[in-house]
Design a binder for this molecule. Structure first.
Ligand code: MRU
Length: 339
């Protein structure tokens, strides 16, 4: 499954908002269209957002028609601003932007800068793809035989351009013959668990059972979950983790019920510049995502709505952080820095 594919001079993206009902592909040469797809969650998941943004900046650069280097760089910074304004929480987006800006500032002719930007975008894509294999193998070692694993949101191939982070761990555990099975939280409000995680696991022939978010605690209390594995959008230097709204609730319940709570994320998702999760910007989204489900209104018109897309789980609840460079254990301030 390739959520994002570079076609030489255009970007092809699968519209994740339409899955699993429809496998719709969007192809564009316009960076603004890439930004719109990220904003509308047609392209989503922290690593995939970073990869799509890299190609988006490449497309933006390719569309700038001037021979004047200063003018080129001014126009490129407008492209970068458009990308940066799409989604605030996933740090992969901002790491991509930093890398692309550094490439642009290296000098050379406009043609050379455009070529280098494309090479960097391809490098970011390859790195994300490759890191999920390594991460998955490290993570699979933590999964017991015949484990039942709970996951929240979607951290699979669609979200990562590779095997997935949480789903990468599950994929490699299954490949090693561990006979694992999964409970997938539906993940309100946009149902990434029900729509995407279940779809990906079924395609991978991994046994999966769909539950509503409110059922996870009861399953843990009944000793029916051996471990939780989730992805992340940003991990602070102390190991606090921002991930899809509802993750915190799962983590607290896991601790209460003595269930290991693992976070699987590439090192591109770790933000050592932030001391703790309190500094992570949390995206708030359109109230319609809460009041409507696929166009059907569920709540009285005019109701006040709070719709944060992510929450922060304190490192206190995190048993280990699985990356492509190895597994970090508490205290995370030193173990993450070492990785
Ligand atoms: O709003 P989304 O769907 O982009 O949120 C995605 C998540 O929260 C994922 O768990 C996270 O990005 C990890 S993806 C490997």
């Amino acid at each position: 499954m390739e959520p994002v594919e570079w076609l030489g001079n255009r970007l092809k993206m699968i519209d994740q908002s339409k899955l699993p009902g429809e496998e719709l592909y969007l192809t564009t040469e316009d960076y603004r269209e890439v930004a719109r797809c990220i904003k509308e969650l047609r392209v989503r998941g922290a690593p995939t957002i970073g990869v799509a943004a890299a190609y988006g900046i490449t497309l933006g650069a390719q569309g700038i028609r001037t021979e004047n280097r200063d003018e080129f760089l001014t126009k490129l910074s407008q492209v970068v601003e458009t990308m940066a304004s799409t989604r605030p929480t996933a740090v992969n987006l901002f790491k991509t932007i930093e890398r692309m800006e550094a490439i642009a500032k290296k000098g050379g002719s406009i043609r050379e800068i455009k070529e280098r930007l494309l090479s960097e975008a391809i490098r970011i894509h390859t790195e994300e793809r490759d890191s999920t294999r390594q991460l998955g193998e490290f993570g699979a070692a933590l999964i017991p035989n015949r484990a039942t694993i709970l996951t929240h949101c979607n951290a699979g191939p669609l979200a990562t351009c590779g095997y997935g982070t949480a789903l990468g761990v599950i994929h490699f555990a299954a490949e090693q013959g561990k006979g694992v099975s999964v409970f997938a939280d539906e993940t309100r409000p946009l149902l990434q668990g029900a729509r995407l995680t279940v779809w990906e696991l079924m395609r991978d022939n991994i046994p999966v059972t769909l539950i509503t978010d409110s059922m996870a605690g009861c399953l843990m209390h009944q000793n029916r979950i051996d471990c939780v594995v989730v992805g992340a959008d940003r991990i602070a230097a102390n190991g606090d983790v921002a991930n899809k709204i509802g993750t915190y609730m799962v983590a607290v319940l896991a601790k209460e019920n003595h269930v290991p709570f693992y976070v699987a994320a590439p090192t591109s998702t770790i933000d050592l510049s932030l001391s703790s999760g309190a500094e992570i910007p949390i995206e708030e989204r359109d109230p319609l995502e809460v009041t409507c489900l696929q166009g059907v209104s569920l709540a009285p018109e005019g109701v006040r709505v709070f719709n944060p897309a992510f929450d922060v789980t304190s490192c206190y609840y995190v048993s280990a952080i699985i990356t492509e460079k190895g597994v970090a254990y508490p205290p995370y301030r030193s173990s993450l820095r070492e990785l």
